[in-house]
Design a protein around this ligand. Structure first.
Ligand code: FES
Ligand code: FES
Length: 163
């Protein structure tokens, strides 16, 4: 059952307002609705993925008030009045962000399931540290698991996207 379906049967649903990708959004959520459920099931922003559902894989990484977070660990109600940036927000202009382009150029995408979270983590890193070392890149994506690539091309991509 999706969170949206569950909320309809939950008398404790509450309205929250928040900013997602620079747009004000309103949703009715249950106290137990997570941020990733809000994004995917209520706001149809399915670029953010769900892997483990308990903070281990990084597939659900989004930026909350400027900091990367695992959206499966944050309740939607905690995001009231706050700003969320998702993978969709990185290409809101219709053009791929430089980090996205760098992933394609470096061949850092295989199955792609980890890629949105990986790119969001990389975007957060480069926003605060435009010229990270490879060590700093590895640390920044240490919470993002990839079962396909071996990480070398991912680090190459982020290195290539840095200034
Ligand atoms: S789905 Fe959130 S960390 Fe794995
Ligand atoms: S590309 Fe498949 S999990 Fe990373």
């Amino acid at each position: 059952m999706t969170a949206a379906a569950g909320d309809r049967g939950n008398g404790t649903a509450m309205e929250i307002r928040l900013t997602v990708n620079d747009a004000e959004r309103v949703a009715d959520v249950a106290p137990t609705t997570t941020l990733v459920e809000l994004l995917r099931d209520h706001l149809a922003l399915t670029g953010t993925k769900v892997g483990c559902g308990h903070g281990e894989c990084g597939a659900c990484t989004v930026i909350l008030d400027g900091r990367p977070v695992s959206a499966c660990l944050v309740f939607a109600a905690q995001c009231r009045g706050r700003k969320v940036l998702t993978i969709e927000g990185l290409s809101a202009s219709g053009e791929a962000d430089r980090v996205q382009r760098a992933f394609v150029k470096a061949g850092a995408v295989q199955c792609g399931y980890c890629t949105p979270g990986m790119i969001v983590s990389a975007y957060a890193l480069l926003s605060s540290n435009p010229r990270p070392s490879r060590r700093e890149i590895e640390e920044a994506i240490s919470g993002n698991l990839c079962r396909c690539t071996g990480y070398v091309k991912i680090v190459d991509a982020i290195d290539g996207a840095s200034e």
